[in-house]
Every structure is written in structure tokens, then in C-alpha cells.
Design a protein around this ligand. Structure first.
Ligand SMILES: Nc1ncnc2c1ncn2[C@@H]1O[C@H](COP(=O)(O)OP(=O)(O)OP(=O)(O)O)[C@@H](O)[C@H]1O
Ligand SMILES: [Mg+2]
Length: 261
């Protein structure tokens, strides 16, 4: 493991050993637009964090900084004590530990489900093909879709494709999984099958950060719920406290809008 040696500000203590993610006073701009403002966040191993907030509040941008799909301009992000900055070796090390599941699955359409799953283990992890196939079948069974292994993504429903995308991430045996609205592109009847898989993962102890408006999921599995608005973390609390006793007016307004649907 590469241990952080050069924090960008030098003013912040190193991350606690218990934290797998530490974000210190992180700021990001798109041109003049201050999209993430003084973000502080610590995530312990095995914690399940749900992030919600209005459209454009910076939720996707925040989780994308955690595997360097987005850069940031000040502050620090540590993943497993590795400083995520410009150092390419550190970026590669973090990406070995963090996988992301997107709203639109991002499967390769010209490859079968099995080929989608074995691509990275074979080419990135240098795993022999037979072993990669076994690993892929193991995770396809776990997301209850093994019988679809030889189909192409376009032959599957949205819910099935999203479960394939989750299995593909699991094949990289990540320490942390990031989900960016994994169910929001799905027809309502397919949401549950994907959430069920995510609930199982959560209960098995995967460290998860999940952007979602599925408040039932948040209540069932989240250790903490984060509410973001206008690039800031406005509120962060356990689910009971968050839903029963929200502190900020912005959180109250958001919850009244989302829970009235
Ligand atoms: N590449 C970019 N260049 C400039 N502005 C961007 C870029 N990506 C996002 N933004 C802006 O940054 C803000 C935050 O975007 P982000 O995608 O993080 O929001 P979000 O909370 O995930 O919203 P949603 O719920 O709609 O997914 C938005 O105002 C968006 O328009
Ligand atoms: Mg988003």
C-alpha cells in the first residue's frame, strides 16, 4: 500500500486507521462554479452511507472524486490511507479497491454478460480465463442471474443489466462500492430486485456509499444519511434521527417533497 506523504495543504492530521475514506476540507470548481464546498467526511470500514439531495447539489461529483473520476482543487481525499491526488500509482491503487455502479449500467453491448464480467479480472488482474469465468459465475449466481451468462446486455431487462453491473464490480473484489442512483433508470417493477441485491451486500459488510432517493433502502441499511444541497453537506445523521428529526430547513423541505410522492 502507498501511504500518503504529501497532503496538499499540509495542515490536516493523517486519517484515522479505522477510516477507509477520509475527506478533509475538499473543494472543487468547474470553472467559476464552486461545485463542492469544504467537504468533510469520514467513512469507517463496513459503513453504509446514503447520500441524497436535490438535482445538481453535487452528489455524483462527490462520489466520483472518491475514485478520481473527478479531480478536486483543494483539501485531501484519502482512501485506505492512500492520498488520492495526481500521483498515478496512488490513483491505480485506489481504483483497485473502489468500484462504482452507475445509473446507466455501462456494460459493453458487444460482449456477453460473462465477457463483461471477466474483462477486467483477465486484463487488469491478469487472472487466468478459467478462474475468471468461475469468479464471474459465482457472482452471477449471487445476483441471481447465472442463467443469463451467455446473453448480450441488450437481451436483458434493465434490472437484470444493473445486477450484471453489480456482479461485474464484485468480480474486482473491491473494499468499497460506490453507487450513483443505481435504480433511478429502472422501471418500478425492477427496482426491488436491484435493491434486494444491494441490501444483501450491505448486510454482508461491504463498505458502501450510495446516492439514491430510495428512502426505504436508506431506512433499512444506512448507518448514516447525508443530505447535500448546493455543493455542501448540509446534514449527516443516523437514519432515525435524519428522518424523524431533521435539523436543517433545507433537509425538511427536501424530505417533505420526496416523501410526499
Ligand atoms: N463536467 C461538468 N462541467 C461543468 N459543470 C458540471 C459538470 N458536471 C456537473 N456539473 C454541474 O455541477 C453541479 C453538480 O452536478 P452533479 O452531477 O454532481 O449533481 P447531482 O447532485 O448528482 O445531481 P442529479 O441528482 O441530477 O444527478 C450541477 O450544477 C452540474 O450542472
Ligand atoms: Mg447525479
Amino acid at each position: 500500500m502507498t501511504v500518503a506523504t504529501e497532503p496538499t495543504t499540509g495542515a490536516v492530521p493523517p486519517p484515522s486507521k479505522e477510516d477507509v475514506i477520509t475527506v478533509n476540507k475538499m473543494n472543487k470548481w468547474y470553472g467559476n462554479f464552486h461545485v463542492l464546498q469544504d467537504i468533510d467526511l469520514s467513512v469507517r470500514k463496513g459503513e453504509r452511507i446514503v447520500i441524497c439531495g436535490p438535482s445538481g447539489s453535487g452528489k455524483s461529483t462527490l462520489i466520483r472524486t472518491l475514485n478520481r473520476l473527478e479531480t478536486y482543487q483543494s483539501g485531501e481525499v484519502y482512501v485506505d490511507s492512500i492520498l488520492l491526488g495526481d500521483d498515478v500509482k496512488n490513483i491505480e491503487a485506489v481504483r483497485r479497491e473502489v468500484c462504482m455502479v452507475f445509473q446507466h449500467f455501462n456494460l459493453f453491448p458487444h460482449m456477453t454478460v460473462l465477457e463483461n464480467l471477466t474483462l477486467a479480472p483477465i486484463w487488469v488482474r491478469k487472472m487466468p480465463k478459467k478462474q475468471a469465468n468461475e469468479l464471474a459465475m459465482h457472482y452471477l449466481e449471487r445476483v441471481r442471474i447465472a442463467e443469463q451468462a451467455h446473453k448480450f446486455p441488450g437481451q436483458l431487462s434493465g434490472g437484470q443489466q444493473q445486477r450484471v453491473a453489480i456482479a461485474r464490480s464484485l468480480c474486482m473484489q473491491p473494499k468499497i462500492m460506490l453507487f450513483d442512483e443505481p435504480t433511478s433508470a429502472l422501471d418500478p417493477e425492477m427496482v426491488k430486485e436491484v435493491l434486494d441485491v444491494m441490501v444483501e451486500l450491505a448486510k454482508e459488510g461491504m463498505t458502501m456509499l450510495c446516492v439514491t432517493h430510495e428512502m426505504g433502502f436508506a431506512k433499512e441499511v444506512a448507518d448514516r444519511v447525508i443530505f447535500m444541497d448546493a455543493g455542501q453537506i448540509v446534514e449527516m445523521a443516523g437514519p432515525k434521527e435524519f428522518f424523524d428529526n431533521p435539523k436543517s430547513d433545507r433537509t425538511k423541505l427536501f424530505l417533505s417533497q420526496i416523501l410526499s410522492h
